[in-house]
Design a protein around this ligand. Structure first.
Ligand SMILES: Nc1ncnc2c1ncn2[C@@H]1O[C@H](COP(=O)(O)OP(=O)(O)OP(=O)(O)O)[C@@H](O)[C@H]1O
Ligand SMILES: [Mg+2]
Length: 219
């Protein structure tokens, strides 16, 4: 039996035990790796199955993946600034160019190692409570007032739409690091599964953490 099969079975049993005991599950990431994605997928599928809400899996997994990508990118941006690769964090064109340069497999790995050394983690929490399920993604860089305001405005604007294509046509974001569509996709997806868009929040402690949270009411 190949090693990976043995490892897979071990993690699945661990996750299953935690899910069956309704324990909080946390994944700690420094980069985006297939292995971790598999574990996160497995945990989410098991939790939703247990609540007979397997129908929520695809949209919630897409949202979780997007929030992880944003968190890992924000940590990488901090490293790029600390390393002096980004010389002017207020120059959106430079920031976008540099962030995009680390968004390939090889650089993500390299930045994952650096992120670990600098304790810039991304934590994914799955909290299955009796009446709700909370997904929280936390990364180690605070948001300043200006960024938080920009993010909250985009979330609120997206809440008026049911399609990201329509949102994008009417609200392009020239200074987003990617397409600037992730947050709107989360809003549109959670609306599509009848969850109030206000159940998606982004906040910061202003010191060393940014929190992205989705609260899923469960009957
Ligand atoms: N966890 C976070 N920490 C810091 N900034 C964030 C975080 N999440 C989002 N942002 C900021 O919000 C902006 C918009 O996020 P959004 O996911 O909509 O777009 P994007 O990630 O730039 O592009 P896309 O998701 O389309 O690839 C980001 O460019 C980034 O500046
Ligand atoms: Mg994004």
């Amino acid at each position: 039996m190949p090693d990976s099969t043995i490892r897979n079975e071990a993690y699945q049993a661990d996750i299953l035990h935690a899910v069956e005991a309704d324990k909080e599950i946390v994944f700690v990431l420094y980069s985006i790796l297939d292995d971790t994605e598999e574990k996160i997928k497995y945990a989410l599928a098991q939790i939703l199955d247990r609540r007979a809400r397997a129908d929520l899996f695809t949209p919630l997994y897409s949202c979780t993946k997007e929030l992880i990508a944003n968190a890992v990118k924000a940590n990488a941006k901090r490293l790029l600034i600390d390393e002096g690769v980004i010389t002017d964090p207020d120059d959106p064109i430079e920031v976008v160019k540099m962030i995009r340069s680390v968004l390939n497999e090889k650089s993500l790995l390299e930045y994952g190692i650096k992120a670990k050394e600098h304790r810039l983690s991304t934590r994914v929490y799955f909290k299955a409570e009796p009446e709700r399920f909370v997904i929280e993604v936390i990364n180690n860089v605070p948001l300043d007032g200006k960024d938080l305001k920009r993010i909250l405005e985009r979330i609120e604007k997206s809440s008026k739409y049911d399609s990201i294509a329509e949102f994008y046509m009417e609200n392009p974001d020239p200074i987003a690091e990617g397409m600037g569509l992730g947050l709107s996709m989360v809003v549109v997806l959670i609306k599509s599964i009848d969850i109030d868009w206000r159940n998606f929040t982004v906040s910061t402690n202003g010191k060393d953490k940014t929190y992205a949270r989705i609260t899923v009411p469960l009957a």
